[in-house]
Design a protein around this ligand. Sequence first.
Ligand SMILES: *Cc1c(COP(=O)(O)O)cnc(C)c1O
Length: 405
Amino acid sequence: MIPFSPPHIDQKIIDEVTDTLKSGWLTTGPKTKRFEKEITAYCNNKNTLCLNSATAGLEIMLRWYGVKEGDEVIVPAYTYSATANVIMHCGATPVFVDVKQDFNINPEAIKKAITHKTKVIMPVDFGGYPCDYEEINTLVTLPEIKALFNPTCENQKTLGRIMVLSDAAHSFGAVYKGKRTGSLTDVTVFSFHAVKNLTTAEGGAVALNLPVPFDNEEIYKYLCIKTLHGQNKDALAKTKPGMWRYDIIEAGYKMNMTDIMASIGLVEIARYNELILPKRKAIYDFYTNAFKQHSWAIIPEYETTDKTSSYHVYALRIKGITEAQRDAIIAAIFEKQVSVNVHFIPVPMMSFYVKQGYNILNYPTALSHFQCEISLPVWIDLTAEQLKQVTDAVITSVNEIVPNI
Ligand SMILES: *Cc1c(COP(=O)(O)O)cnc(C)c1O
């Protein structure tokens, strides 16, 4: 069976993790700090905070921005539930909007959804393909949009507009108009979960890039405290002689990254551009070449003059099929020993969100993408024979289930 997304763990990672295990320091320490600096250098943002997940990073930034009951946060209907769950955690209301042909949030739909309650927009770079950041960043600074903004805390007053908090869980290393994700919006959050392009087993990072007069270094220092119990010294600082006394300045969270996680990340980021991105791109190109002559195949967008994907999810669509046919095709592909997946079941279809009153029929593009989407395996150790097995399995299964397609 060809797995969907197994981890790539080699001797280099094992050696770096072993080095940490033997170092006498396991939790947040020198390797986490080094990994943060490497991310900042790679993305060219201002400061980076590593955490135990992207979900934690999204939630802490909503809380940092004072998002609470009565506020609205705009998110695409086509995303993983984490994007919306963190809004619920804050007591605020997720406002879903529909997506475009490229699976990403539609800036025109965002504009229609903005109200005087809107505090944050969370675009999601689906599959690693960057959203329309120029349109989104321009939108939040339009005079008529700024006039609607109703700041209720210090950070909201300082920014004076809707914050753009990018869910870049898929898009580490993606490029938009010559700039990498992390430097494209006010704040960007990456995921280093086991199945993501760059992994630390679990993990995430908050890439800060807030405009003046914000001091991103000061915000970084404050977030270190906020994500570690509200404790004004971390464990490493406390080990220094005479430094044992500490204070709790607020009821903080527990979201820190460990040096064990960071050691995996350090190996991953060092070879990300040379090894991981080119291999993933080659797999995308192989799939595209195999499917493009078939009129039933809708190839995902992943490279234009303005945008380059990080090649996270190869989201193939089959033209004109029903959801039941898609499910049958997936079953037929699995019978041929190939694992595939669906990204995503739109959040408004989840029972919890249905109970909140959301209805998928309000997001027709998200629904139609979901009904005919099949995600194919993309991982760097896939061999040429395995890639051929994947494309053969897809083509044969489509012809079995929909003979006259
Ligand atoms: C994976 C994922 C997340 C959550 O990342 P974690 O690091 O597991 O918290 C958030 N948003 C999207 C779109 C994701 O795919």
